[in-house]
Design a protein around this ligand. Structure first.
Ligand code: 3PG
Ligand code: MG
Length: 398
């Protein structure tokens, strides 16, 4: 991995322009999940401990190049101060005189947060002029936002070309964990991929069947594979226009020696609501008026067997409609078994994606996983085998 590490740069007295991901859930102006803030704390502290000035650049929401007060990063300042245990100054713009004055007022070891980069249309366009304006504020550029590295934006990509650059501690940790899981893993490897639709995960499935020994397909997308195998899936969510694609993926996997595990039994219901009346049937026996909402116990037993025989697991997407109980049963059971195997030192387990992390947190499994990524979309693109522009820029800068 060819990027420069944060601690290999001289940070003392330097203005370290640091791209972080503060795109955290907020309700009524309060941060409701500070995970992403907690995960950047080590980088910010490393900069201030080294006597640098930590100048934080981040986006929040999708304001589309306009100043939208509801998407101001000011509302994140209290949570940031609490996590960092130090006061954080705020500048109402990420470029221009106000930002420059706020930076000029900083002492070594202090932290400043700049306003939402996406208030400027040039951010998402990766406008070199905007990047140059931002670059004026720093001596060093540190990218600690792996979860935004799939965006080629001015603050995630353009800046790396303008200043001496490095990967922050979280960025480095994410890249190393992901490399261990898919790049150069201990075999056998299992991937669990769930979620509603095959169509959003085609590239991911195609990449995984070439990389892993066993691919567990769950969630709504499994229904498309079951239908492709000739089973009637009743009223289940299913992409009937993708049956040929599903067959091609299955054939390619078989040819390449990747075992695909589909549900063998399924939990069905007539209505999609909490605690609806359910029935467990074999995968080929979904009643015409019912929908598949979770994998059944026999399916879970087979997933657990695959995990027990594996050394590495990479997980994205739930096995059922986990937001609504009892359709979180299969996801929770498999997650807890993966957590247990990890605790026993038998499995390296890596998970990512917004929904996945929420599901693993609910089941209590997340804390025992080897690594839980902070990334949603970036984790998916990385699982698709794509080069992330933010990472590439760091590598090219090194
Ligand atoms: C995320 O929340 O996944 C990242 O912050 C990226 O946000 P985006 O999908 O709006 O680019
Ligand atoms: Mg997103």
């Amino acid at each position: 991995m060819g990027w420069t590490k944060l601690l290999d740069r001289d940070l003392s007295g330097k203005r370290v322009l640091t791209r972080v991901d503060l795109n955290v859930p907020v309700e009524d102006g309060r941060v409701t999940d500070a995970t992403r803030i907690e995960r950047i704390a080590a980088t910010v502290q490393a900069i201030t401990d080294a006597g640098g000035k930590a100048i934080l650049l981040a986006h929040f929401g999708r304001p589309k190049g306009q100043r939208v007060e509801a998407m101001s990063l000011r509302q994140v300042v209290p949570a940031l101060q609490e996590v960092l245990g130090q006061s954080v100054a705020f500048a109402p713009d990420c470029i221009g005189p106000e930002a420059e004055a706020a930076v000029a007022a900083m002492k070594d070891g202090e932290v400043l947060l700049l306003e939402n980069t996406r208030f400027h249309p040039g951010e998402e366009k990766n406008d070199p002029e905007l990047a140059a304006e931002m670059a004026k504020l720093g001596d060093v550029y540190c990218n600690d936002a792996f979860s935004a590295a799939h965006r080629a934006h001015a603050s995630t990509e353009g800046l790396a070309r303008l200043l001496p650059s490095c990967a922050g501690l979280l960025m480095a940790e994410e890249l190393e964990a992901l490399e261990k899981a898919l790049g150069n893993p201990e075999r056998p490897t299992v991937a669990i991929v769930g979620g509603a639709k095959v169509s959003t995960k085609l590239d991911l499935l195609s990449n995984l069947i070439e990389k892993v020994d066993t691919l567990v397909i769950g969630g709504g997308m499994a229904n498309t594979f079951l239908a492709a195998a000739g089973f009637d899936v009743g009223k289940s969510l299913c992409e009937h226009d993708l049956l040929d694609t599903a067959r091609e993926i299955a054939a390619k996997a078989a040819k390449g020696g990747c075992t695909i595990l589909l549900p063998r039994d399924v939990v069905v219901a007539r209505e999609f609501k909490a605690h609806a009346e359910t029935e467990t049937v074999t995968a080929e026996a979904c009643p015409a008026d019912a929908m598949i909402l979770d994998a059944g116990p026999d399916s879970v037993a087979h997933v657990e067997m695959a995990l027990e025989g594996a050394k590495t697991l990479v997980w994205n997407g739930p096995l059922g409609a986990f937001e609504i109980p009892p359709f979180d049963t299969a996801t929770n059971a498999a997650a807890l078994r993966a957590a247990e195997l990890t605790r026993e030192g038998k499995l390296i387990s890596v998970a990512g994606g917004g929904d996945t992390v929420a599901a693993l947190n609910t089941s209590g499994a997340a804390k025992d996983f080897t690594y839980v990524s902070t990334a949603g979309g970036a984790f998916l693109e990385w699982m698709e085998g794509k080069t992330l522009p933010g990472v590439k820029a760091l590598e090219e800068a090194a």
